[in-house]
Design a protein around this ligand. Sequence first.
Ligand code: FNR
Length: 355
Amino acid sequence: MSWVDDLEHRARVGLPAYVAGYVAAAAGGGECLAEELAGWEALRFRPRVLTDTGDVDLTTTVLGTPVRTPVLVAPMAQQVAAHPDGEAATGRAAAAAGSLLGVSTNTAVPFADVAATGAPWWYQVYVMADRGLTRLLVERAAAAGARALVLTLDTTALATDAPGGQGVEPTDWPPGPARARATALTSEDLADRDQGATAMARDLDADVVGWLAEVSGLPVLVKGVLRGDDAVRCLDAGAAGVVVSTHGGRRLGSSVTALRALPEVVAALDGRAEVLVDSGIRSGAHVAAALALGARAAFVGRPAWWGLAADGEAGVRSVLDRLTAELALVLRQVGAPSVRALAPDLLDPATLPAR
Ligand code: FNR
């Protein structure tokens, strides 16, 4: 049992079953998530010798923001269900670890509280049917200090849409303190809007990328890209980069994995923009592999959520610190003095998902 499995176990014990189930949930029969986990785990390095790794350098920048570790916290909804401080605790942990966090549209924590943690943060956008509401949110996030927008495009159709389907991204949480649907919107904002104004827009075209950049004044990363041609379209539409992601296997059970898509997206963008990745990353070796394949940084999702649920701020901090320490060790072991020295030749191509 890995320490992440152990952490999940500890987190689950203290959570109501519906919350634990929501976090662990995967689309379809869970085949995509299982393949993500197995895929990262199956990768093997080809270590180099005779390189000076006395001092490994883990620092980098993401969209110009300096970070001390390329292990970032993915935007995740409903964090107050893990811990009353929610993203404020996650933010304090990210600040202490020299990391960065994504803040979900579905956060219950005021932007000012996230900003007060001192951690750099990116605001994750689900574009709503009523674009005026989305505009209000991104303007508020930008004013509060968000350094970029993460436009998530992989969840316009959810498992909830199937008859009797169980959604993995519930927009209506059971009532109570854990309710967290875009609480950055006030009742005045919502007055006189059409019914369904806050539902996710499904009619998005490439113009939405430029529109978000314009109204926020921030760089826009598109999250949920799994194809090289789509990555190029996103850039052409004004994106500053992409996040290769299957939403942690929560989008489509029969989807290709983010690991499988990453080399294609990196090749298609050919250094023109930053590529980040997430889904199934559970160890420093996985992070090292992601970077070797061309990712600028890796997000972790559930492990951070479980850390928050198990031990609050200290739990998230411990997840980030452990993954970072593991990454440093792998760098030394493979003969890479810095994260920049990670390159595809350090991986055994036979262990990559078949093309
Ligand atoms: C998510 N994810 C997510 N993504 C997003 O863009 N907006 C969101 O509100 C959420 N909410 C959310 C809640 C929970 C509980 C989970 C587990 C995930 C997806 C997240 O950003 C990321 O893509 C995955 O979590 C990465 O996969 P792993 O690390 O969880 O396997």
